[in-house]
Ligand binder design. Structure first.
Ligand SMILES: [Zn+2]
Length: 285
């Protein structure tokens, strides 16, 4: 059970970091023993006891009765409580919005998707998101503690802002996403570029099979690249590592809504490549 993370070092965030480690293990294995938890996190026996006791008191986890195993000493397993808080995920593309209610260990409890008009207004987009989230909240009896939104870019992930998207929304301008939804829902809202979210999911749900360093290239109406470097999500200092499509390859090239000229995705998006394929077809007959 190799877990490529280190236990929290800074006293101010050590509690949150250790909780993240426990949840990451539950995502991967659904149940763990205290011994496995100690081995995977490097935490001391006392720290494990404190962490487990706190999570038990919060109603986050349950510990199974001691089971007698065929080999070794009997062990109790730590699992996520069925009454643990839940989270909501929203995926926004040019064609669809998808809404997911999930447990903290990633198990999907409910999912619905509906088509959207790519040329929608800012207020309409926020209304679609609020309506989808409200429907999931009404459908659950457990507390919902956070919302994650994955969307096409360019996205500034720290403030949760959509920046002048191509072929999406009415105008190529700045659209705050996280702040208005945070104020409305009264809980944390994290907005992320969809390629970055894909890398995070690969790391979280497929840790044994994903490489230490890999990229996720997305090629649709835009071009995005999510990066995992040395087992960790890489977003870059400005959070724009996913914006491969806005790398200029031609200083005097086609103007882009981002303000530059010659951005890669003005040449390498699917529609352009499809058009060029037709133009080149006669040469191959
Ligand atoms: Zn651009």
């Amino acid at each position: 059970m190799a877990l490529q993370m280190t236990a929290g070092k800074n006293p101010s965030d050590i509690r949150a970091q250790n909780l993240r480690l426990l949840l990451a293990l539950l995502v991967r294995h659904r149940q763990v023993t205290r011994v496995q938890l100690a081995r995977a996190t490097g935490l001391s026996k006392t720290s494990i006891t404190n962490l487990v006791n706190e999570c038990l008191q919060l109603g986050l986890i349950v510990e199974t009765a001691e089971s007698r195993r065929a080999h070794g000493r009997p062990a109790k397993y730590i699992c996520l409580s069925s009454h643990a808080p839940q989270v909501i995920g929203v995926s926004v593309s040019r064609l669809y919005m998808t809404f997911t209610l999930a447990r903290l260990d990633g198990e999907i409890l409910s999912l619905h998707r509906h088509a959207i008009d790519a040329r929608l207004s800012y207020e309409t987009m926020l209304e679609h998101i609020r309506t989808g989230i409200a429907a999931l909240m009404e459908a659950t009896t457990e507390a919902v503690v956070g919302i994650g939104i994955s969307m096409l870019g360019p996205v500034e992930p720290f403030e949760g802002v959509l920046l002048a998207p191509q072929n999406f929304m009415l105008r190529p301008t700045v659209y705050p996403i996280a702040a208005p939804l945070r104020a409305w829902a009264g809980m944390p809202v994290q907005v992320m570029h969809d390629v970055t979210a894909a890398v995070l999911a690969e790391r979280l749900f497929n840790p044994g099979r994903s490489e230490a360093n890999f990229g996720f290239l997305s090629l649709h109406a835009g071009v995005g690249l999510g990066l995992c470097l040395n087992h960790a999500l890489y977003q870059g200092s400005g959070g724009f590592s996913g914006e491969l499509g806005h790398l200029s390859i031609h200083a005097d090239g086609i103007p882009c809504a981002c303000g530059q000229r010659g951005c890669l995705e003005r040449y390498a998006n699917l529609d352009t490549m499809r058009e060029r394929q037709h133009a080149l077809e006669p040469l191959f007959r």
